[in-house]
Design a binder for this molecule. Structure first.
Ligand code: NI
Length: 409
């Protein structure tokens, strides 16, 4: 039942995207200002309601019970012969700053229940930047903040607060936008537990110290309880790339992961080889797993690992469009094959280096036994045990559609 409702929401979100794209051809007819022809136009993807219509310059947009997870902006009335365009980057909870996008391209996660935006930067380039300022203000904790301009950060990343609303306006150099008109839309209420908006496993690590991201695939499983206990004993984190169809049966384990500051990862719904699926089918299996995680933990996965590490076919472009990187690994313990605790321990401890992502599995008892030895020994050696997102955030972030096996200093 919940899944049906979410599917409907995804369809509605897709329909509103088409609407925005239809409007993106410069047909938006806001009246020109007397002192400036150039105006911003923008759209916001709300995680539970999809894209807004194309909004005019200086319109404040927020939605009750929802949060922005993607953004795009364009310009109208660009003076003939004046070079430049609008560029922007958004800070996605759990993955950090996106690559810059420009002039109508999407920045952030365009998927239902995507991770929230924590802050946003918008700027102009070319001759436009010499003649105009682009100003941005955001709503946080229900209150509109002051304007920032020309690439300054609106909102604050890394403090566990998401944006509630966004407003963008272009003015002549040095001027400040006037009073905004406000648009508060009645949202489909966010699911319980998402209101705080911070994805699992996205705390901060000390970037100056060595760190390693242990990852456990194909669960959740009752063996994860042993791995979690070992992590709890040292205050460490790990990332669990889970198969959606196993989630409901191990809800307590998934909740314990979140409570421990571990990261929820998406490993498809039924461990499909995504490289053999269409883009639509890839999006569906990822969304199904996120739905399963939402219903037991109140939040979707913040990172994705394609089964078998298969990133061919439509995988990378699809993940890019969804705002996800492909998380791979640098140390392959082959624990699934050896089922040998001593061997798994040796592979990790012999090979580990600062910034590595280590691949292990949730569903074999010898792997949990290995984790119980590896976790305290890595801490003894001075490693911080971090999630994939914590590692990435400390080492420059991730770009959607790119595969990562490690994040070296
Ligand atoms: Ni797997």
């Amino acid at each position: 039942m919940i899944f049906q409702a979410r599917k409907l929401m995804a369809v509605l979100a897709a329909a509103s995207m088409v609407l925005v794209l239809t409007h993106a051809g410069g047909t938006f007819g806001a009246p020109a200002y007397a002192d400036s022809d150039l105006q911003a136009q923008f759209s916001v993807f709300f995680a539970h309601n999809g894209w807004t219509e194309q909004l005019p310059d200086n319109r404040k947009i927020s939605r009750t019970g929802d949060y922005p997870s993607a953004f795009r902006a364009g310009l109208t009335g660009q003076p003939a012969g004046m070079s430049g365009t609008v560029l922007y980057s958004v800070n996605v909870s759990g993955t950090g700053w996106t690559a810059r996008a420009e002039n109508g391209a999407t920045a952030g996660k365009e998927i239902p229940e995507g991770a929230p935006l924590e802050s946003i930067k918008v700027w102009l380039n070319g001759d436009l930047a010499k003649n105009y300022d682009i100003c941005t203000r955001v709503m946080v904790d229900g209150a509109w903040q002051d304007w920032v301009r020309n690439g300054q950060e609106a909102g604050q990343a890394g403090v566990g607060k998401h944006l509630d609303g966004i407003c963008v306006s272009v003015v002549k150099k040095g001027e400040t936008p006037g009073d905004s008109s406000e648009q508060v839309e009645a949202g489909t209420p966010a699911a319980a537990g998402t209101a705080s908006g911070t994805a699992s496993g996205t705390g901060t690590a000390d970037a100056s110290k060595p760190m390693v991201a242990l990852t456990f695939d194909d669960g959740p499983s009752s063996y994860d309880a042993r791995t979690l206990a070992a992590l709890e004993a040292v205050g460490g984190h790990a990332t669990f790339f889970m198969v959606g169809n196993r989630v409901a049966a191990h809800a307590d384990i998934v909740q314990r992961m979140v409570a421990d500051g571990c990261e929820l990862g998406n490993h498809s719904f039924a461990h499909q080889d995504l490289a053999k699926l269409s883009s639509d089918a890839i999006q569906q299996t990822i969304a199904q797993t996120n739905d399963a995680l939402m219903s037991v933990a109140g939040q979707p996965a913040s990172v994705i690992r394609p089964p078998y590490g298969a990133v061919g076919g439509a995988v990378k472009p699809t993940l890019a469009a969804m705002g996800y990187a492909a998380i791979l690994w640098h140390i392959d313990t082959l624990d699934w094959k050896t089922r040998n605790t001593a061997n798994t321990v040796k592979v990790v401890l012999d090979q580990v280096q600062d910034g590595d992502i280590v691949l292990m599995h949730s569903i074999y008892e010898p792997s949990a036994a290995a984790a119980e030895q590896i976790i305290p020994e890595l801490v003894n050696r001075g490693y911080q045990l971090v999630t994939v997102s914590e590692l990435a955030n400390a080492r420059g972030g991730m770009t959607p559609g790119v595969g990562y096996g490690r994040f070296r200093p």
